[in-house]
Design a protein around this ligand. Structure first.
Ligand SMILES: Nc1ncnc2c1ncn2[C@@H]1O[C@H](COP(=O)(O)OP(=O)(O)OP(=O)(O)O)[C@@H](O)[C@H]1O
Ligand SMILES: [Mg+2]
Length: 239
């Protein structure tokens, strides 16, 4: 099977800094749903940046959709097929209106303006954001920005999703809505970074972490933990 993402022996680090990854191997195949956890600063966001061509690679090979990628134009083509959610929504939003921001990706993919606007409106509706289309992105609340940023990538109907902390700062209802949307997209590959084990248990089936600059599989697969305790008449779920 051709991997969607295939990193072989990748060594990378921020300019002028020591390596963050050393000879790192990582694959994301069609249908994979991988959760990535790990302490602050261990390199989770940097891994996604490396995959997206936003980090200088010192050695090793990256293949996306079966093609070796090296130059900016190689990565540009692959980025149109990958839905990458930045950890900070302000890095994702730059247009004068929410509708323009959400239509930007589909326009880049070659849809005409009318089609792109239509796609943007459908996506905003799916996320319950239809009232937001004329809002100025930088004036939205943190959670609203996060949802609009998610809309910008879902509007591209990506073949894989790379999500950097998609639920951080969101209320429980909104988080549940995101879970539902991700679980409905059950045919696409997902690599999601989160510090929330319950969220990862709902949307992924494999858990990995970064140790000494390498991706390692966690022994326990993500699961929802049910237990009984004093005062709890029935087994119930803790969030
Ligand atoms: N632009 C940068 N220049 C230099 N070093 C950086 C830069 N961005 C991040 N780093 C460093 O790279 C390391 C990995 O950062 P990264 O953002 O990938 O961590 P993370 O695992 O995503 O953390 P968090 O859970 O806090 O989001 C950290 O030590 C960080 O300080
Ligand atoms: Mg991060």
């Amino acid at each position: 099977m051709t991997a969607i993402i295939d990193l072989q022996g990748v060594t990378s680090g921020h300019p002028g800094q020591k390596n963050i990854f050393q000879n790192l191997d990582f694959r994301l195949n069609q249908g994979d749903r991988i959760g990535l956890m790990g302490p602050n600063g261990c390199g989770k966001s940097t891994l996604l940046h490396t995959i997206m061509g936003l980090m200088p690679v010192r050695s090793g090979k990256i293949r996306l959709f079966g093609q070796a990628v090296q130059t900016e134009s190689d990565f540009h083509a692959a980025r149109l097929r990958l839905g990458f959610l930045f950890q900070h929504a302000d890095d994702q939003l730059f247009s004068p209106s929410v509708l323009e921001d959400v239509a930007f990706g589909p326009l880049n993919q070659g849809l005409n303006r009318e089609q792109a606007i239509q796609r943007a409106r459908e996506t905003l509706f799916q996320l319950g954001l239809e009232e937001f289309e004329d809002r100025i992105p930088y004036k939205l609340s943190g959670g609203e920005k996060k949802l609009v940023a998610l809309a910008t990538i879902l509007a591209m109907k990506p073949e894989a999703l790379l999500l950097d902390e998609p639920t951080t700062g969101l209320d429980r209802g909104t988080r549940d809505r995101i879970m539902e949307i991700l679980n409905r997209l059950d045919d696409i590959a997902v690599l999601v970074i989160s510090h929330e084990p319950d969220f990862l248990a709902e949307v992924t089936n494999t858990l990995v972490t970064l140790r000494n600059g390498c991706v390692v599989r966690c022994e326990a697969t993500p699961h929802v933990h049910l237990h009984v305790h004093e005062g709890g008449a029935e087994p119930h779920r803790h969030e």
